[in-house]
Design a protein around this ligand. Structure first.
Ligand SMILES: N[C@@H](Cc1c[nH]cn1)C(=O)NCC(=O)O
Length: 453
């Protein structure tokens, strides 16, 4: 390295600039992911979407990552091809998927545009609009999950040893900002259905601007590699991929516990959130606007809490303890929701704390468990495992809801459904405890401050 010239990642301004760029890519990802939850009724009115159609559309995001293991394959590709090529490819998939989804909902397509007759030629129970939108959601999910893996590796590259947990916390904050914006902007643009396709196109265009932001990042990444006098091969592993990379990770008990905590924790949060507005409305007799506002307090709170906890973890450590605390808080909140009529505002704030503590501690802890050369594979495998839960639990929750509310009444009893989420949280707590014991036994240093690695 040229010792007279500071490398780009030594400059704090450059590091935070990079975080802003990739944070924007993440925000538009989350915006598109969540833009449809407030459009559910309008999709039913405009395209005859049933609840099952809507559920299928939501869970199709996870299909490539779960059943084709795309997130783990993406992670392996990332470790082999490097950040620039892999990132471009998967952010591009994300943009293609978003555009295909919007195209499926467009007037041009609905009037018999390109692909309409082909999509009408099979599976007549599903509309051509739904099929095109499913195809779009599939590509979006395929690109979106691996692009999060790429962004995680980018943060490790620029921030390792320099406020890494704060950077991860802010990364999650950027994601939540996208969710918060989607929950508020998407219904406003849709204007009670008058401009439904406009709301979907806006989401797709935002994803395309994310691709432009990533291209700008690629220029900085190339410059950093040049300054470090590393050709791109040096930031990637040269040894060929072997299944032992995967079995090796799964054989590392600490990694396994963190991956199992990831799937159980997020399965008790994201699928719960998909039902939360309806649950609050039914249990506390709220209007849909009131329950929507109550739910959107969650991404708003986590936007600030997650970076704050990340900052604390950089300095004080205690990541495993933070995960235990977050998982127990989640369990307590679900029990309160299921078994009491306690006003929901206080538990939702606690849920915000749990939903900030675990992500702030869990994602950066990976650098303590695996080597940098395997970080893409490690995150990718974790996302594939997580997506199994994100795919399955909305369906399980819906089935429990149907079984405990025969006749599909207007107001549903959610007790059994939320108790199921409490049971999943309990599993998360057990895995968090196991992680702490394993760390103590093997001395990975998960409890140590990240700035001291
Ligand atoms: N794998 C993602 C799933 C997601 C949710 N919204 C958009 N993508 C995930 O769980 N990320 C971690 C997080 O804390 O948001």
């Amino acid at each position: 390295m040229n010792t007279l010239k500071k490398a780009l990642n030594e400059s704090a301004a450059m590091r935070w600039g990079v975080l802003l760029l990739v944070g924007f890519v993440l925000s538009v990802n989350y915006y598109f992911y969540d833009a449809f939850s407030t459009l559910k009724d309008l999709l039913r009115a405009e395209f005859d979407f049933t609840n099952k159609d809507y559920g299928l559309f939501v869970s199709f995001y996870s299909v490539p990552n779960t059943f084709l293991l795309m997130a783990v394959i993406g992670g392996v590709i990332l470790d082999k091809l490097g950040i620039r090529r892999t990132g471009f490819m998967f952010v591009f998939f994300m943009a293609i998927g978003a555009v295909l989804t919007a195209y499926g909902a467009s007037d041009y397509y609905g009037a018999g545009g390109i692909g309409y007759s082909f999509m009408s030629s099979f599976m007549p129970n599903y509309s051509p609009e739904l099929k095109m939108m499913l195809l779009g959601r599939f590509f979006f999910g395929l690109g979106a999950e691996t692009s999060i893996v790429v962004i995680s590796k980018i943060l490790v590259k620029w921030f390792k040893g320099k406020n890494l947990a704060l950077a991860f916390g802010l990364k999650v904050g950027f994601g939540r900002l996208g969710t918060f914006a989607a929950l508020n902007i998407s219904p406003a643009v849709a204007d009670k259905g008058a401009n439904l396709t406009g709301a979907i196109w806006l989401a797709a265009i935002l994803v395309c601007t994310g691709l432009l932001a990533f291209i700008v990042y690629m220029l900085l990444d190339a410059k950093l590699d040049k300054q470090l006098e590393k050709d791109s091969n040096e930031t990637v592993t040269s040894k060929p991929f072997s299944f032992r990379d995967i079995t090796g990770l799964l054989g590392n008990r600490a990694y396994l516990y963190i991956a199992l905590l990831c799937v159980t924790f997020y399965s008790a949060v994201f699928p719960f959130l998909a039902y939360a507005p309806d649950f609050f409305a039914d249990k506390f007799s709220l209007t849909s606007v009131e329950s929507g506002k109550l739910t959107s307090l969650l991404p708003l709170g986590t936007m600030f809490f997650t970076p704050l906890f990340g900052w604390l973890i950089d300095r004080k450590g205690k990541s495993a303890t933070a995960m235990i605390f977050g998982a127990s808080t989640l369990l307590a909140v679900h029990l309160v929701f299921a078994l009491t009529y306690f006003p929901p505002q206080a538990p939702i704030i606690l849920l915000g704390i749990a939903f900030s503590l675990v992500p702030a501690a869990m994602w950066p802890s990976m650098v303590k468990l695996v080597d940098d050369s395997q970080i893409g594979t490690a995150y990718g495998l974790m996302y594939s495992i997580q997506n199994l839960g994100l795919w399955g639990f909305p369906i399980i929750a819906g089935s429990i809801l149907d079984a405990t509310n025969p006749g599909n009444p207007e107001v549903s009893d959610y007790t059994a459904t939320i108790l199921m989420f409490a049971a999943v949280s309990l599993l998360g707590l057990i895995f968090a405890l196991l992680l702490k014991f394993e760390d103590k036994k093997k001395g990975f240093g998960v409890e140590l401050p990240l700035n001291k690695k």
